[in-house]
Write a protein that binds this ligand. Structure first.
Ligand SMILES: [Zn+2]
Length: 436
């Protein structure tokens, strides 16, 4: 397999070299963080008087965690650590509670971010000959602009089309011989169902790969997408608090996402106790951004659940890999006392061959009892009118779900194209329990 590198020296550095870079950068970034009102107070409270207290990488554990709540409470400028004149970009997200969070980037921070995104794209096989159709939302959301600048730095021809308008998306794929898509997995599933309407076949397109991001998805969804489109789909990880995309990315082997460890320190913790867990154990990902000077974030709790593995990757990169995100600590649904993650449901339904490209999870309440309804679309060839066939499919989905999540669901089978669709991030879970 052809392996391309953006910065081979860094990407294949020895563990000692990576540790050296991390320690040097950690000392610098802690020094920088002291300049913000927020960290000055926080460090003082934790009894840390000077950045010189950091002698080894393990010393990072002396620092308290930073949370999303900290960002909200210190909005808009409590975490700003550099002169405002040095800021060249502001990204903000409103979140579900409506209280915004903000990140600031200096010119140098932008440069580091763009470089990591370029490195990530090259790891998936992208070159300057590729045509990159960026179907993520542009604007304050970091997914659009983040990949845009990285793809330009690689030298790809970038189509900044943004999300939505499926007919135009497909037309541009044809007209400009798009080779690489950047898209949410749910939108990629949705488009497949539309190709027939536009009289377009996959063979008419020049697609070589898709970069999927912005929403966690399961291995089953990836498999389905790769079969439908006959191209590799690369998982990526980022979050706006850590600039956005480009934190961790899959290489051509698609066996977990390399975390760019010269840019970030990744820890996995037990979300209840805060205890740091060894590699391989599942827990909450905690990230320290080592290079962002305008607004350093130390030990930021991402609320994303995953694990890290350090086995060798055949691509030769030495940066450890992150598993797929298995859910978020705040995504967890409690259904009649049982903890269920939406990803567990997706894993089951997407593995059933008759199930099509869309599904939805609805929670309601009957008296004191929670009711879980799983709505799935199936492929049209299954709607041949044979009711007993549909009944047995319904039973099969119910049984497989129950065996996986220990909750008895009600399964509803829908015709293709009848469940709500999304041209950006999907909203798969509708929880109506509080409204009833
Ligand atoms: Zn690799």
């Amino acid at each position: 397999m052809q392996i391309n590198f953006w910065n081979k020296q860094i990407e294949t550095a020895s563990r000692d070299e990576i540790n050296d870079i991390q320690l040097r950068r950690l000392k610098n970034i802690v020094k920088q963080a002291y300049k913000s009102e927020f960290y000055k107070k926080k460090f003082h409270k934790a009894g840390i008087e000077s950045p010189e207290d950091i002698k080894t990488l393990e010393d990072i554990q002396k620092f308290p965690f930073t949370t999303k709540n900290d960002l909200r409470q210190n909005y808009p400028a409590g975490l700003l650590a550099s002169d405002f004149d040095d800021v060249v970009r502001i990204h903000s997200s409103s979140g579900t509670t409506g209280v915004p969070t903000v990140i600031y980037l200096s010119g140098e921070d932008m440069d580091c971010w763009t470089d990591l995104v370029a490195r990530s794209l090259v790891a998936t096989g992208c070159t300057k000959s590729d045509v990159f159709q960026n179907m993520m939302t542009y604007g304050l959301f970091t997914g659009g602009l983040g990949l845009h600048y990285g793809a330009e730095r690689v030298g790809m021809a970038v189509l900044p089309i943004g999300g939505g308008n499926t007919i135009r998306q497909v037309r541009y794929m044809q007209d400009f011989n798009t080779t690489t898509l950047h898209i949410t997995p749910s939108y990629l599933l949705h488009i497949y169902g539309k190709l027939d309407d536009f009289n377009t076949k996959i063979e008419d397109l020049s697609l070589k790969r898709a970069i999927t991001g912005a929403e966690p998805h399961t291995e089953q969804t990836r498999k389905k997408l790769e079969e439908l489109y006959n191209m590799p789909c690369y998982n990526s990880y980022g979050l706006s608090e850590m600039n956005g995309p480009g934190v961790a990315f899959e290489c051509v082997y698609r066996n977990g996402m390399h975390i760019w460890e010269d840019g970030f320190i990744a820890e996995i913790i037990n979300p209840e106790t805060g205890e740091v867990l060894p590699d391989g154990e599942k827990g909450e990902l905690v990230l320290t951004n080592l290079t962002r000077t305008a607004m350093p974030l130390l030990r930021y709790r991402t609320r994303d659940l995953c694990h890290i593995y350090d086995s060798d990757c055949p691509c030769g990169r030495t940066h450890r890999r992150l598993s797929r995100i298995m859910g978020r600590t705040d995504d967890m649904m409690i259904i009649n006392g049982v903890n269920v993650f939406p990803s567990q449901i997706e894993e089951v339904v997407m593995n059933i061959p008759e199930v099509g490209t869309n599904y939805q999870i609805v929670l309601t309440k009957k008296g004191a009892i929670d009711k879980l309804i799983v709505k799935v679309e199936i492929y049209s060839k299954m709607f041949s009118g044979d009711a007993s066939q549909l009944d047995s499919l319904n039973r099969k989905i119910c049984e497989e779900l129950k065996a996986s999540i220990f909750v008895n669901p009600v399964v509803q089978i829908h015709e293709p194209g009848t469940l709500p669709t999304f041209e950006g991030k999907a909203k798969r879970v509708i929880d109506m329990r509080e409204e009833i």
